[in-house]
Design a protein around this ligand. Sequence first.
Ligand code: ZN
Length: 288
Amino acid sequence: MRALKIMPRPAAVACVLALLAACAPAETTSIRRPGTASPASTPSTPARPTATQHGPPGEQPRAGEVRPVERAGGLPPVISSIPTRRKVVFLTIDDGWEQDPGFVEQVRDRRIPITAFAMRDAVEAKGTPDPAGGPGKYVGAGKWGYFRQLRSAGVAIENHTLTHPNLRLLSQDAQRREICGSSQVIRKELGTRPTLFRPPFGNYNTGTLRAAKSCGIDAVLLWTATVQPGGKIAYQVPDKRLRPGDILLLHFRPNLARDFRILVDKIERRGFELGNLQAYLAAMAVDR
Ligand SMILES: [Zn+2]
């Protein structure tokens, strides 16, 4: 995974600035201008890359690369993939039951762009985790502190409800309590306000979109493929291939660090880059 290249064009710089304001913690928002040396690195002692030196991780969209998205009736758009022809895919991770510290190191050291959809009951280890990933070793180990570490590693922390209900079975008011409640918890614990929402199981209705909008959500994110234990990609399309703009869904499961390494290597072997989802969404004008 290559470190972010900051392009000298004013539009790209503005995009990076907008991004940092939207998703990066205040302490990591200094930007290295194009053509200037990083103060912490010298040719003889290369420093480990950090968000402070290089800005947000992941490939940024080029001018005109993505098509704008239409909003129906002013409601947040529902997005399953990013409309681009470039060989770029996006990694998202849901829930938050298993909190392996090795995964944070991996994300930080390899500068992998990720969007995490945090679910309160998982992060706080209330209830029983999904048994599909096997027995957990770090269930709820760091609680929100784990997500603070992820955020410091450049991960955007977004909204995935309080209790993971099937939203189609709830009234709009009850959906609003789940979505607004989650945003309030994230704001209290992390100091950032989510602008993206992922409905549990991908289940939503018009009430979900109305509720999400009233909670300050700009887009509802679905996915095109899921990643199973072992790093195996389960496609939702018949031809079983990665496509430009795919959004991949993983979970915070046991062995995530190992599975993630396999997955990222597989994606790069197939000639795909890892994109910064927030930057691409900004280019689609869905976050404003
Ligand atoms: Zn979930």
